[in-house]
Design a protein around this ligand. Sequence first.
Ligand code: FES
Length: 281
Amino acid sequence: MYKILEAKKLAENIYLMNVEAPRVAKHCEPGQFVIVKIDEKGERVPLTICDYDAEAGTVTIVFQTVGASTKRMADLKAGDSFRDFTGPLGCPSEFVNEDIEELKKKNILFIGGGVGAAPVYPQVKWMKQHGIDVDVIVGSKTKDMLILEDEMKAVSGNYYPCTDDGSYGHSGMVTTKLEQLVKEEGKKYDLCVAIGPMIMMKFACLMTKDLGIPTIVSMNPIMVDGTGMCGACRLHVGDEIKFACVDGPEFDGHLVNFDEAMKRQAMYKTEEGRALLKLQE
Ligand code: FES
């Protein structure tokens, strides 16, 4: 059992939990994820790692309630436990293995959309810990939906919040902020890492392709086993079929077939609806 040490609501439908999981915490690297199960019969839910502390033996997860399982998870409190907490899964971000001095020469931009700010955070923190200042654009629908702002500000070189309704920071999408930084402020980027809803990643990639900025995205398709066996998370990257759970979750965003990935994600909407109704019965 994996004990929840802290549970809090970050914004409407977005929750953070700090979980005691020493073995997972010891091996975590930026870019990876975990799969959790509430109980024996629970669904396996892939979740973003937002932070980890190898010494304290804890892993922080952030999730949005999108279906029956995450709704049940949101009811868990400090002192409750997860039945399974498997990870870290997936490959670490590529930059983890790059030469630090070479990385320091690059201008790097991170873009986090909605709950995507959570997986961006450990990557930006890693950069800061290695003496690399990066620019960060974080977008949400409204000011109240913006998460981890203080944490992100503390590790970013430049931090640019955006809201769709203009209630805070730049008024508009993360992509319009990116365009403004490059075209109006003359910023030059050698690498962009964009994580968020698939539709956001798709449009961020269309823009970075136009601007000639290599871009990495983190894919969050439906996952079942998380070990490359079931095929649920398959997607097309260029001409190749990849499994997000073992080949990713990070891929070259300019090669990902987002339209196909979004269609696959929508396939399970009816099932999710049924499960939610059952939960309310
Ligand atoms: Fe089953 Fe990736 S989740 S192959």
